[in-house]
Design a protein around this ligand. Structure first.
Ligand SMILES: [Zn+2]
Length: 151
C-alpha cells in the first residue's frame, strides 16, 4: 500500500507571505493599492485600476458573505477523509464586493448555506485531525454559529 503523501502546504515564503504572517498573528490582511484603494487580490504587485505599485497589506474586519461553495463528500487528498464532507467556499469580503477569497467553511450545516450568508474569519491550523502543520490559515464560519456560541 502506498504511503500517504504529506499534507500539501502553501508556499508561506512566496507572494502570499504577508497573508500567512498575518494569519499567524490572528489578522486577516489582503493587499490594497494605497492611492486608489483597489484591492490587489490575487496579488500581482501592480494595481489593476491605476497601475500603481504602492500596495500595502491592510488588516480587514474578517467579515464577508458567502458567494459560492461546494460540499466535498470525497476528500481530494486522502488525509482529509476524516473531515469529509467539508465545504470549500468563495467569500466576498465586506470591504470590497469585487474581492473574493477562496477558503474552507467550517462549523456550518451544509444544508443551511445560501448565497449572501454572513460569514466571518477565524484562524486554525491548516492541517487536519491528528496532523498539525504549524501553519495558521484564515478559515471562515457562519456568523450565526459565532453568535450562537457567544450566548
Ligand atoms: Zn490603484
Amino acid at each position: 500500500m502506498a504511503e500517504a503523501k504529506p499534507f500539501p502546504l502553501p508556499d508561506v515564503d512566496g507572494p502570499l507571505a504577508p497573508l500567512w504572517q498575518a494569519a499567524s498573528q490572528g489578522e486577516f490582511r489582503l493587499p490594497r493599492c494605497q492611492p486608489c484603494g483597489t484591492f490587489d487580490w490575487y496579488p500581482t504587485g501592480e494595481c489593476r485600476a491605476c497601475h500603481g505599485s504602492d500596495i500595502e497589506w491592510v488588516a480587514l474586519s474578517g467579515r464577508g458573505t458567502l458567494f459560492s461553495w461546494a460540499v466535498v463528500k470525497r476528500a481530494l487528498h486522502k488525509p482529509l477523509a476524516p473531515i469529509a464532507p467539508y465545504v470549500s467556499a468563495i467569500v466576498v469580503i465586506d470591504e470590497d464586493r469585487k474581492t473574493r477569497f477562496v477558503t474552507r467553511l467550517v462549523d456550518c450545516d451544509p444544508e443551511s448555506l445560501h448565497a449572501g450568508m454572513p460569514v466571518e474569519v477565524f484562524f486554525a491550523d491548516l492541517g487536519y485531525p491528528a496532523v498539525e502543520t504549524g501553519v495558521a490559515a484564515p478559515l471562515f464560519t457562519c456568523r450565526a454559529t459565532i453568535e450562537r456560541d457567544e450566548t
